[in-house]
Design a protein around this ligand. Sequence first.
Ligand code: ADP
Ligand code: ZN
Length: 434
Amino acid sequence: MLFNTKMETLPREEMEALQLRRLRDVCTRVYANVPFYRKRFDEVGITPADIRSLADIKLLPFTEKQDLRNNYPFGLLAVPRDQMARLHASSGTTGKAVVMGYTRRDLDNWAELVARSLVAAGVSSSDMVHIAYGYGLFTGGLGLHDGVERLGATVVPASGGATKRQAALMRDFAATVLCCTPSYALHLWEAGQEMGIDFRDLPLRVGVFGAEPWTEAMRHDMEVKMGIAAMNIYGLSEIMGPGVAIECADAKCGMHLWEDMVYPEIIDPVTGEQQPAGELGELVLTTLTKEGVPLLRYRTRDLTSLDYTPCQCGRTHVRIARLQGRSDDMLIIRGVNVFPQQIEGLIVETPGLSPNYQIIVERERNLDTLEVRVEMAENLFADEIRKLQSLERKLQKSIKEFLGVTAKVRLMEPRSIQRSEGKAQRIVDNRPKE
Ligand code: ADP
Ligand code: ZN
């Protein structure tokens, strides 16, 4: 099933012609209307007319998150303020919020991409879709909402919070699709368990999970616990919000990124050089159709790779690999690079542990220390001290073996680590800022 058959299966040649037309158009628009971009073009000595092929995108300067902050709130608008139909702001996981403006057309395009994404994930117009992403300035709730309406399915705008009530609503309304962060999905599932609601007994069949990093191991765990297909969705407020890319139910192998509206590149995060397809690097995105706040070569800080090989679902859009983390999420522990997802993978693979964890980094006498707090599974009996100790040692050993760092592992009572209603806070870095 496809939502927009023509666009989703556009042959590569036509796609590239469309992308080039749109790239030239967006360059012309920002050069004429956004002083920030005109200055950037002037600095490197180019004009929009210099963009003659897609490869010429290399000539364009990057846009960084700091540029958005410096232009807070409306400095990057490319249309008059009164054409703005809606504003959103990013949750500011890594600093001050950035503001994004959308014209009516931008909202329509976004809804289209979310509708395409939902269909790719296996959702249809007859589904009952429970949205537990936060509504408000965060793009998750309203973004998914408009897409579900565009698709013509039934939407339950639950937003975050009141978790037990939500689990009850999912049962009462017979939700078939759940949209939220993977960590909140687990939280909802736990609340359900406490109330005698087993997700496996509900008609729930699809989870559309994203907005934070999660692993293949976590996916498997959730699919078994909840009796669903758990699908990965990607997006960021700077580009529009959720629905920039999604896995297709047919292949479940990388996320199709909607290339007719967003142009992807992978660069080496240190040198800024474009990387060939298949190489891991930082994802850089250019909005091809956005009117409100178009962005050229936006550095997402997200690490992934591009796969242009044909997909069995028939969609021609490139696939991005599950995110390997965010370059600013990477912990450097005594010189060793560690991503939280690597630790998550090891936790999920260790029987007796639950995927609720937190990573605490401290500095003691100039040495970094890493502590992993992880909850034991419900069915483990806390009185078997020896068993607990051996579990701690087991995880510690695999962290040492696979990641090369020494970590202190502390088993915690079930449900003792703070749950989040949006994005989980996995890392507590108490080291003094440089
Ligand atoms: P903030 O930067 O404040 O977190 P957003 O709410 O726009 O702002 O979050 C976008 C970011 O969330 C992405 O850049 C990415 O790091 C992360 N993200 C979104 N979807 C996924 C996903 N499916 N897997 C991993 N990370 C994701
Ligand atoms: Zn596919």
